[in-house]
Design a protein around this ligand. Structure first.
Ligand code: AMP
Length: 397
């Protein structure tokens, strides 16, 4: 069993705590959603309560090894002070003298937050020397960054292995418990709902779901690669030419495994890619050659709703259409609403991924579904049954 912070005491220790403070920012560099920060507060509080000092490591955005001022974690340091009242000692670099100075300055009850790890390429290249330097800042290591555990990154994979005392943080343990429960206690009918722009990111998870689900509902941009595989006209809709063969294989695999792989029967098409475009519902056989598919249609929404309402376990990843544009968000919102309704009937509903989670949040349904996991990529990797490097690198009893 993975060792959790729950059974540990950190009195007198400096605890290197890897969190996921990769929060969304607006153009004024304000944090627009603090869910990821909130998730790590219980672990931070335990360390402080035990009498230890959390030395927090995180990434923010994708600076790709460059110093990008608007991706400085100082924004989060200020937020932690102003919104939650912590005393934060911010280290403006994660290498050099700055971290040592910050740690020296911190008193029990304080938090040390180091600058964005991804300002150095060493983080994403899983550099061992980088990990060795970071390891000097702490006596023990805790990972509470579920959204990043599928990455072979230095602070996720190499760093923990340098510590004897290395544990899963509270939110990471909750994620694993929820996802494990969902997968080990599946009640049928079991439905997987997969959407999003591209099929290429989700082939392995679709394969896995075909093995275990009774029904898979496909939506989003990826449906057009399936339609291509079936020889349909898709107009100017997005699709992946090099994945058409794979889409055929998935359709065949589903047939062999007796899994009902359902594609939309009608879609919303638009004359150009914008919210104010002209749009209409068409059957999939009648996609006009100069229009493009933006969402699942009304009949499909009804069909999907019925399948969802008859299911007992449902997992969902990826929007059904271009949900950022209001006119093309109906499919995604319909799925979100049905999931809330079926949860009220006792079904287990697990939503993975930023966009599906955002749709649930937008509709104020966060508390009406069983669980929304914050890490889309980590969730997909978990569902595929693949190793999560950040979990593998922790300690077991
Ligand atoms: P993913 O990150 O792969 O889950 O994809 C999410 C993105 O897919 C969202 O930004 C959607 O706008 C986009 N998307 C969904 N349906 C379509 C579509 N029919 N055409 C283009 N993009 C789409």
């Amino acid at each position: 069993m993975l060792k959790s912070v729950d059974y540990e005491n950190f009195e007198g220790e400096r605890v290197l705590l890897r969190v996921d403070f990769n929060v969304p920012l607006n153009s004024r560099q304000e944090i627009t959603d603090d869910l990821r920060i909130m998730e790590s507060l219980p672990t931070i509080n335990q360390i402080i309560h035990d009498g230890g000092i959390p030395i927090i490591l995180s990434h923010l955005g994708r600076p790709k090894g460059k110093w990008v001022n608007k991706l400085s974690l100082e924004t989060v340091a200020k937020y932690l002070e102003q919104k939650f009242g912590y005393n934060v000692v911010f280290s403006p670099d994660c290498l050099g003298k700055a971290p040592f100075d910050a740690i020296e300055k911190a008193k029990p009850g304080d938090i040390v937050l180091l600058e964005n790890l991804r300002f150095y390429n060493y983080e994403t290249s899983n550099d061992l020397e980088f990990a060795k330097i970071l390891s000097q800042y702490g006596d023990s290591y805790v990972n509470d960054a579920f959204g990043t555990v599928h990455r072979y990154h230095s602070s996720i994979y190499e760093l923990p292995k340098l510590f004897e005392r290395r544990f899963g943080g509270k939110s990471l343990m909750w994620e694993l418990e929820y996802l494990g429960n969902a997968m080990n206690n599946v009640v049928h009918p079991y439905t997987g709902i997969i959407g999003g722009a591209k099929i290429s990111d989700k082939i392995n998870v679709i394969k896995k779901l075909i093995e275990v689900c009774d029904t898979i509902l496909i939506g989003g941009g990826m449906m057009f690669t399936f339609y291509k595989a079936l020889g349909l006209e898709i107009g100017r809709s997005i699709f992946e030419a090099e994945k058409v063969e794979m889409a055929k294989e998935l359709i065949d695999l589903a047939k062999q495994r007796n899994c009902n792989l359902m594609l939309p029967v009608d879609i919303v098409v638009a004359d150009h890619f914008a919210n104010d475009a002209n749009y209409k519902d068409v059957d999939v056989e009648n996609i006009p050659s100069d229009w493009l598919g933006m969402d699942i249609g009304k009949q499909t929404r009804e069909q999907f709703k019925k399948i969802i309402m008859d299911s007992r376990t449902i997992v969902w990843n990826g929007p059904m259409g271009v949900f950022e544009m209001e006119n093309f968000s109906k499919g995604t919102l319909a799925v979100a609403t049905s999931l809330a309704n079926v949860t009220a009937k006792g079904a287990m509903t697990i939503i993975g991924g930023g966009d599906s989670g955002a749709a649930i949040k937008k509709m104020h349904l966060m508390n009406k579904v069983t669980h929304v996991t914050p890490g889309g990529g980590a969730w997909l990797t978990y569902m595929e049954g693949e190793i999560l490097p950040g979990i593998e690198a922790l300690d077991y009893k």
